[in-house]
Each structure stands twice: as structure tokens, then as C-alpha cells.
Design a protein. Structure first.
Lengths: 178, 218
């Protein structure tokens, strides 16, 4: 494959799976600037390993592996990022405001947004590994794919998901009771 | 809220987002060319000051060694051996430091989270093990000023005793520090400070994660 063809294929793969980058960055970076830098770092690492992409895995599995590994390493040195990253002035992912509107009524939207904000807050409070597992679960990845991405058995994944869901239910119940 | 609703809530939120999420292709193309080698550049940028300082220090040490060797006299034996040892220890430490940074930097992140994070941990631990070799130069700082001309022949027993005690305590200190500066003693504040300074911060910050992983694997 020529370099141009490879780069075009890469751009198309990233374009198709850009949602994964957005979700992972939302879960591991805390502010807009960090998200921007993290997405760039993930894309740079994806490009670095693209030549060795193993077609036996789905692109989504490969992207999740790289994105989570980069994010975990990133979260440990984030406070130092200005020293390590040459920031690009723009965002790699642009979010048009129209997309946030949806078709639901204002009340329903308000309730959903509140619940989503709670869910997001709960995810941010989780330990790093649980955060990754919950992210994959919410994104409806199969337990087999989750096991491949995390590198542990499906039994362990299943046990951990049940535990996280239990805590999640408990937190939401507490909030509703207040 | 039922558990299925969390998935639904997540899905609905991101479906809306996905519809309006656009990739900046111009920037992406720029990133592919710009970032191809930039991770090494950014790595070097981050550590540049330390590496430059170490290189300048090595140049100074090698220059003083060269002067001593070119104008050799037996009076400079202690100096040559001491500075030579300090030079070699510093070269080894700098070489290992750069090698480890490059190894850490060359990791491809496309393995499973467990494998890659373990690999990163092993490399960083190895970086720490190699970096503490620096403390082994300490005893040589107590011997470089001695000269064959007056030591030990022209000094009294008191001075010899003083020198033996000084060098002996420096040897003890170096070995103690070498043993102490490890991840096993990471709970000690100044050990943590040292480890952070040589790139151990990521390991220290990741401790909870590794415990979490071990718990999950148990």
C-alpha cells in the first residue's frame, strides 16, 4: 500500500470511529484543553501503530486498545502535559451545536441531560480500570471484545461489570431519594 | 433507574453527538505528517534541559580528564581514577536514561490494556533501577583531590584515619542510597521525590491502577 493510500485509509477509519475518541477523551480528560490534547495524542499513537494493524481484530477493538492505553498513561502525567505536548491550536474533533438538540421535548431533554451528567460524574469518580470497563459496557461491546481490549478473562469482566452496576444503581437511588 | 437505562441514556446522548461530530481532516492530515516523529521530539523537549545539562557536565568532566592525562604526572593518579569513575558512571546513567526514554516512547499502544500497562511499568521500573547507579559516584568525590605526592606518605595517621572514615562513610552512604532508592521504599517522602525526578512519577501515580488490575486478576 502506498503512503498516500495508507494515510487515506487511516483518515477514513478515524472518521468512521471518531465517536470512540470523543467518548474516551470525555472519560479520561477533565477539561476542554486536555480533551483536545488527549485526542491528538491518541490519533498520533493510532497512526504510529496503524502499519501493524492486525486485521483479525475489528478497527473498533484496535482503536479502543490504543485509546485506553494512551489515556491511562496520559492521566498519570496530565499535569505535565504542557511540557510534553506541542498543542495544535484547533480541535481535531468538532462538535456542531445542532447535534446537541435532538428531537425530544425540553423537559425530557432536561431530565436526560441531568441523568447523563450524573452518569458522567459517576464515571469520573471510578477507578481507572473500572472506568474503562464501564465505558466499554455502556458502548455495548461484547464481553469477548472487552476481554480482548482489557486483557483479562470474560469471567473477570462479567464479575466486575456486575459490581460496578451495583454501585451505579445505588448511587442513582441515593440521588433520587434526596 | 434500571441498569438497561444507563446504556440507553449513554447511547441516546452519544447518538446525538455522533450526528454532529466532525473530524477536522485538514488538521488530521497535518497531524499525520507533523506528529510522525513528534512524539520523540516532544519527549526530548520535555527532558531536554536535563539531558543538555548532563551532556555539558560530561564534557566538563572529560575535558578535565583529558588535561590530566595529556599533562600526566603520578600526582594526578587519584584525580584520574576518581574523575574517570565519575565520568563513566555518569555516561552509563545518561545512556540508560535516554535508552529507556526511547524504549518507553517506542511502545506501540495496540496491545491489551493489561499487557501494555505492565510493559510500561516494567520499563519505568527498569529506568529507576538504572538511574540510581548515579549514587555510586559519591565515594569518588572524596578521593579526587588526593595526590600521590603527599598522600599517604606525607600526612599523619590522623589525616589517614580521617580520609578512611570519610571515604568509608561515602561508600556506605552510596550503597545505602543505592539500596534505598527503589520502589520498595516509595512511601518515603524523599524517595518519592527522587523517583519523581527520574521519571518514576507515572509509576507512583499508577499504583492504584496496578492494584486494581491485580485485584481483578486474583
Amino acid at each position: 500500500m502506498t503512503e498516500k493510500a495508507q494515510s487515506d485509509l487511516f483518515i477514513s477509519v478515524i472518521d468512521t470511529h471518531k465517536g470512540i475518541l470523543h467518548k474516551v477523551a470525555n472519560v479520561y480528560a477533565r477539561d476542554a484543553e486536555s480533551k483536545k490534547d488527549l485526542v491528538q495524542e491518541i490519533v498520533a499513537q493510532l497512526w504510529k501503530s496503524f502499519g501493524n494493524y492486525d486485521p483479525q481484530f475489528k478497527y473498533s477493538t484496535w482503536i479502543y486498545k490504543v485509546a485506553l492505553n494512551v489515556s491511562l498513561a496520559w492521566s498519570r502525567k496530565e499535569h505535565n502535559r504542557s511540557k510534553h505536548v506541542r498543542p495544535f491550536p484547533e480541535d481535531l474533533l468538532n462538535l456542531a451545536s445542532a447535534g446537541e438538540r435532538g428531537d425530544t421535548s425540553t423537559d425530557e431533554r432536561g431530565a436526560d441531560e441531568t441523568n447523563f451528567a450524573r452518569l458522567q460524574q459517576f464515571i469520573l469518580e471510578l477507578k481507572e480500570l473500572d472506568r474503562a470497563i464501564l465505558l466499554l459496557y455502556l458502548d455495548e461491546r461484547s464481553q469477548k471484545e472487552m476481554a480482548e481490549i482489557i486483557g483479562i478473562t470474560t469471567t473477570n469482566i462479567s464479575t466486575r461489570i456486575n459490581r460496578i452496576k451495583g454501585t451505579l444503581r445505588q448511587k442513582f437511588t441515593q440521588l433520587q431519594d434526596q | 433507574m434500571e441498569e438497561t437505562n444507563f446504556v440507553l441514556l449513554w447511547k441516546e446522548h452519544y447518538e446525538k453527538i455522533d450526528q454532529s461530530l466532525a473530524i477536522n481532516k485538514r488538521l488530521l492530515k497535518e497531524l499525520l505528517t507533523e506528529k510522525a516523529g513528534s512524539s520523540i521530539r516532544s519527549l526530548i523537549r520535555g527532558k531536554a534541559a536535563g539531558i543538555v545539562a548532563a551532556v555539558v557536565w560530561l564534557v566538563l568532566l572529560s575535558a578535565s580528564l583529558a588535561v590530566a592525562i595529556v599533562h600526566y604526572s603520578s600526582a594526578a593518579n587519584y584525580f584520574i581514577v576518581s574523575i574517570g569513575a565519575i565520568f563513566l558512571i555518569n555516561v552509563k546513567a545518561l545512556y540508560d536514561y535516554i535508552r529507556h526514554l526511547l524504549l518507553i516512547n517506542s511502545i506501540r499502544y495496540d496491545g491489551s490494556v493489561r499487557d501494555i500497562q505492565h510493559k510500561l511499568r516494567r520499563l519505568r521500573e527498569s529506568l529507576i533501577r538504572h538511574s540510581r547507579v548515579m549514587v555510586l559516584q559519591i565515594p569518588f568525590w572524596s578521593t579526587f583531590e588526593l595526590s600521590d605526592k603527599w598522600f599517604p606518605g606525607q600526612v599523619g595517621a590522623g589525616y589517614i584515619l580521617f580520609q578512611v572514615l570519610l571515604t568509608g562513610s561515602f561508600v556506605w552512604l552510596a550503597l545505602w542510597l543505592y539500596k534505598k532508592l527503589s520502589l520498595n521504599d516509595r512511601h518515603n517522602r524523599w524517595v518519592r521525590r527522587f523517583l519523581s525526578g527520574i521519571g518514576g512519577r507515572e509509576i507512583l501515580n499508577a499504583e492504584k491502577f496496578y492494584r486494581e488490575l491485580e485485584e481483578l486478576e486474583a
